[in-house]
Design a protein around this ligand. Structure first.
Ligand SMILES: *[C@@H]1O[C@H](CO)[C@@H](O)[C@H](O)[C@H]1NC(C)=O
Ligand SMILES: *[C@@H]1O[C@H](CO)[C@@H](O)[C@H](O)[C@H]1NC(C)=O
Ligand SMILES: *[C@@H]1O[C@H](CO)[C@@H](O)[C@H](O)[C@H]1NC(C)=O
Ligand SMILES: *[C@@H]1O[C@H](CO)[C@@H](O)[C@H](O)[C@H]1NC(C)=O
Ligand SMILES: *[C@@H]1O[C@H](CO)[C@@H](O)[C@H](O)[C@H]1NC(C)=O
Ligand SMILES: [Cu+2]
Length: 632
């Protein structure tokens, strides 16, 4: 390969990305997105992400009922006005707050012209796999104009979760929100460990509609000239960002009306728990607050003893709670909240960031969006923030995170199964060839109206070649090896249970090799979403005490759309024995074409971006990062 070609490839990619301008702002810029008074503008009330101390945390169960109306509106989350999806007219979506032991009921009305389904990220769905919300895996999608009621008990869960669309990459369009489960047994307690409790969503944003991007990615032409996942146009904090309106990528001729920067007002001299949730489709993010150290106390929904750090790395779909002390000034003082894209995590990114404002206040409970009087913080960032060339790592690779409820690694696994995942050209079950991602050489095809769960109920087993699965029959402990054979990094999420991170290593590993390895025995981290660096593997130990069909997938939404999904089928016999379903669930499949493939897969080989060039790009990136191996 000539160096000219390599240079061309690099330039090609750099062209397709851009950063953000930070235009000077005055009072004349109105926050268009925060109040519902503007007809079809999306509504977001930042106060709704403040957890009230009035919420009664109790073990007395109750039923919590929510109504989700999914629709569209026109809004300008980052200055660019486009159609977005909303839930109850809100962007981002409403917060769900429950106690462990409650029954959650969510009535979803799909007012879109396309199907839909909602997943409850991190919740186990113990005994209710059919409520997991993955179309083609655990349900048929909710049709356009249709409705469906999700109803399930919250058992054994507590901490920070979120809900999001699992149809195509529609979560990117705005169908997501926080889901908080309180637990009287939670080692983290308000009043003891912290005084105030907030949710902060961080994520990324595109000016093109998701369907446009997905259609591009799975076409031979690619999106913006490539089948590699696109870098975002903007980063968002609680749904608000600032586009670079002078960038060549900013749609020409489009007006630019950036909303006011998000402001979070906090009482001075308190310990504040900030629950960060990364809702991004493609951005590993680094979060910091000038002058404030972040004491990490929760990873996904596991309460941990964690480090006190200046900058928090958080991958797609992960959650972290940090506690900060608001004793760095007096009421009225302001500090930057910085969300930086961890550029080195993506193959092609250039630096991007979003800024929010932390304002100290004397008044309880004001998020303070209207309160900004035109002055911005003059604080400086911590001097040791990660540079754009710093390799991405999960927090547990740099620091120890000890679950506060200690559990040693489960003993006596009955099976070690490896899922090897890779980008390439794959032959489908119908003979067609496609470019995309595969797990064990199978690039996922979604037979969306014939969910795997229902096949298992019908047939007592699942034996098809359009998705990579492993079936386990026992209640015990399973080791799942995930070999990331790409040079690029991927965040993996497993549904249905959390896992113990018992091993990470460079390269790939077979089941035979893993069985001989020393694993982390003492109180390994438990979580549900893990960042797996390029050309490395991880071993996840999972208890199979929850019968169901559990999706395992990359949480880069664009990779998911390109086939990066497999499943763990836990105890088909128990699925069959408990196959009573509400008729509303069965009705979603009634009369639908069982052979329909949707919504994403139908790719052909891309002549403009053949596999070898992606490989080359990986190679370049690998050299740039000079990745180091792991200590063990
Ligand atoms: C915004 O885009 C312009 C034009 O490409 C570029 O010169 C500028 O550096 C960008 N601003 C930022 C903050 O990236
Ligand atoms: C699911 O429920 C069963 C029966 O109560 C219990 O044994 C099991 O531990 C639970 N699993 C999870 C993941 O909550
Ligand atoms: C804005 O508020 C800050 C803090 O209360 C104050 O110091 C500053 O003078 C105010 N600026 C203007 C322009 O009113
Ligand atoms: C995938 O295909 C490659 C090349 O044919 C082969 O070496 C490898 O063993 C296959 N992997 C699995 C898990 O089947
Ligand atoms: C796994 O690693 C070995 C080196 O340890 C390498 O030779 C082999 O190609 C790797 N397998 C895959 C599928 O990448
Ligand atoms: Cu991925």
């Amino acid at each position: 390969m000539s160096s000219f070609l390599i240079l061309w490839l690099v330039c090609r990619f750099l062209q397709s990305t851009h950063g953000l301008t930070i235009p000077a702002r005055g009072d004349e810029r109105q926050r268009d997105i925060d109040i519902g008074e503007r007809g079809n503008q999306a509504f977001f009330n930042p106060d709704s992400y403040i957890l009230s101390s009035d919420f009664e945390i109790t073990s007395v169960p109750s039923t919590r009922e929510y109504w989700f109306d999914i629709g569209t509106t026109t809004a300008n989350p980052d200055g660019y006005t486009r159609q977005i999806y909303t839930v109850n007219g809100q962007f981002p979506g409403p917060l769900i707050e429950v106690n462990q032991g409650d029954t959650l009921v969510v009535h979803v009305q799909n007012n879109l012209g396309t199907p839909q389904a909602i997943h409850w990220h991190g919740l186990f769905q113990n005994g209710s796999s059919y409520m997991d919300g993955v179309p083609g895996i655990t349900q048929c999608p909710i049709p356009p104009g249709g409705s469906f009621t999700y109803e399930f008990p919250i058992t054994n869960e507590g901490g920070t979760y979120w809900w999001h669309s699992h149809y195509s990459n529609d979560l990117q369009e705005g169908i997501y929100g926080p889901l908080i489960v309180h637990d009287t047994q939670d080692p983290l307690k308000r009043g003891q460990d912290y005084d105030e409790d907030r949710v902060v969503l961080v994520g990324d944003w595109w000016h093109d509609r998701t369907q446009v991007i997905v259609d591009g990615l799975i076409s031979s032409a690619g999106y913006r000239g490539t089948v590699a996942s696109p870098e975002p146009d903007t980063l968002l904090i609680n749904g608000v960002g600032e586009a670079n309106c002078s960038s060549s990528l900013y749609p020409s001729g489009a007006s630019c009306n950036p909303p006011t920067r998000p402001e979070i007002s906090l009482l001075a001299s308190k310990r504040v728990r900030l629950r960060f949730i990364n809702t991004a489709s493609h951005s590993h993010l680094r979060v910091s607050i000038d002058n404030h150290e972040l004491n990490v106390v929760e990873a996904d929904s596991t309460a941990v003893w964690g480090p006190t750090i200046h900058e928090l790395p958080i991958s797609e779909a992960q959650r972290y709670s940090v506690i900060i002390d608001t004793n760095k000034g007096k009421a009225g003082d302001k500090f930057w909240l910085r969300v930086n894209q961890a550029t080195a995590c993506q193959a092609t990114a250039s630096p991007q960031w979003a800024l929010g404002v932390i304002t100290y206040s004397n008044e309880q409970g004001q998020a303070g969006t209207g309160g900004n009087n035109g002055t911005w913080p003059n604080t400086k960032s911590w001097p040791d923030l990660g540079g754009s060339d710093q390799p991405c790592r999960d927090l547990d690779e740099s620091y120890s995170l000890y679950p506060r409820i200690a559990k040693d690694a489960y003993e006596q696994t009955f099976l070690t199964h490896s899922f090897s995942s890779q980008f390439g050209v794959w032959t489908l079950f119908n003979g067609q060839q496609l470019t995309g991602f595969a797990i064990n050489n199978v690039s996922y095809q979604n037979l969306i109206n014939d969910p795997i769960l229902e096949i298992v109920e019908r047939e007592g087993n699942f034996d098809r070649n359009y998705v990579s699965t492993v079936t386990v029959w026992e209640d015990g402990f399973l080791d799942v090896i995930i070999n990331n054979l790409d040079a690029i990094d991927h965040p993996f999420h497993v549904h249905g249970n959390d896992f113990q991170v018992v091993k990470r290593g460079a390269g790939n590993a077979t089941a035979e090799q893993v069985k001989e390895m020393d694993i982390r025995v003492s109180n390994p981290l438990r979580r549900d979403t893990i960042w797996i660096p390029g050309l490395s593997y991880t071993v996840l130990r999972i208890r199979t005490d929850n019968p169901g069909v559990w999706t395992l997938h990359c949480h880069i939404g664009w990779h998911l759309a390109q086939g990066k999904l497999g499943a763990i089928i836990v105890r088909p016999q128990d699925i069959q024995n408990n196959a009573a379903r509400p008729s509303s669930w069965s009705n979603l499949c009634a009369g639908q074409d069982k052979n329909a493939v949707g919504p994403n897969r139908r790719t052909v080989i891309s002549p403009r971006f053949p596999f070898w060039s992606f490989d080359t790009l990986n190679h370049i990136k690998h050299q740039v990062l000079r990745r180091t191996g792991y200590a063990d």
